[in-house]
Design a protein. Sequence first.
Length: 493
Amino acid sequence: MQLQIQPIYLITLISKFGPVPVSRLYIPVITILILFCILCLYSIRNLHEKNKRLYLYSDLTLLPNKNSLLKFFKENHKTSIHDISLLYIDIDNFRYINQTEGHEFGSQVLLEVSKRLALLAKPNGRVYHLSGDEFVIIYNNPSETGLGEVMAAYIQAGFKKSFDISDKELYINISIGVVERPAENMTIQQMLEAAEVAMYRAKETGKNKYALYDITMSRTLAERTSIIKHMRHAIEQNEFEIHYQPQLDLFFDRIDGFEALLRWNSKELGWVAPDQFIKAAEATQLIVPLGAWVIRNACAFLKKLDDMGYSPLNMSVNVSIIQLMQDDFVPTVQDTLEFLELSPENLELEITESLLMESFDLVMPKLEELRKIGVRIALDDFGTGYSSLSYLSQIPITTLKLDKSFINKIGTKEEGLIESILHMCKRLNLCTVAEGVEKNSQIPILKEMGCHKIQGYLFSKPLTEEGIINLLQTAPTLVDDIYLLDSQNKQRK
Ligand code: C2E
Ligand code: MG
Ligand code: MG
């Protein structure tokens, strides 16, 4: 605020009251100046307080932040931290909540979560809001070694109750990394990093879990960081390729199509397993361009086979939920099919069961859109995750892929379970594929049970484009000849 005394006012004053002694004239001016200075000092102090608050507390949740946490340990000379347990908490799928419901709703979620954490941590835990959707709780733990784990289980149980946010009933899950009374030479910063690593492990094992830190986890993190670093340039440097694993139709006794499986031969790291790099690609969103590249190339290969006269064949491509979440995912798939003049029915997109369950509401509309344009949808790895049968009739899938772990039950007393699932799929009009078929003995049983297709090392490992063309030219197509194929396969390996 600026205070200006114009000379014209002074002249008016003088003309109205006649000549005034200079000292009397200055009194109100000086008073105003003093008041002005007080006001300025007050604002400066307020600003300083606000900055201090912002430096030490979260603006949104008002909880102490990471600076507060570090300051606390510094001021209390807590160089040795072996008598505390630390919980590193992250909200599952928060990014999706933000993406679909908007940032304002996301902020409400953070606020409600912070309140619930503060309540659950009482009376011994100190809660900190690190950043975004990450929180930390610290417990003094002088003697009870398992306290951190007990509290992690307790806090997770506290999230079973739903949240009421903007008139919506919302279930929020959290993943927790626990560091329990660490070695004496660990600093608080290292303890935070270790807990974060454990939290990521909890996420990888299916989310909504807690994991206790151990040293081997850090090695995994270092590997992952290196994968991410090298993957960024791998597409431009043509380090990725696609291998194709044939699927055999048990009824028509012929190769029916292929599953496209991504391979990465890194110049620096050598061959990296898909299970490792796909997760890293998902974490960094690199899966979006990479996944689009796979769809384009797999479809182009299908077109090539079509042009060579090997039709009708089908192509299955694995897609990640991050790809599905992109606004342009369905139009891009449609454009690719139109450009190559492929029939949408010959493309099948595979999604995994655990991912579908986790983000059911978000994924459903996309799946319905894909079905509308005629693309087929397979539920992959069935039997590894939740395996809930009740939702199978509610999702717009066309195919169910029974995981290898399920197929391995053939010949055991759990075989009946496979039969019931296949029976139910028949009633739901779903195509069924048995994955990881490695034994001859499994074929007649699967055929008898009504399974439509098989895929596995028994017939063929994933092959290069050239390998597939060779196979189509030379391999017998009759499944009854699988025994013959088995021996050919052994020669090929
Ligand atoms: P998936 O989609 O379930 O693929 C089947 C996996 O089982 C493949 O592993 C395949 O090589 C392996 N397999 C096939 N037959 C047999 C068998 O008889 N015995 C055994 N032990 N294994 C068999 P791969 O290629 O290592 O891929 C692993 C996973 O990585 C895939 O599992 C899929 O979830 C993911 N993946 C691969 N390519 C892509 C991709 O382009 N995009 C995405 N999002 N995920 C991909
Ligand atoms: Mg698959
Ligand atoms: Mg699978």
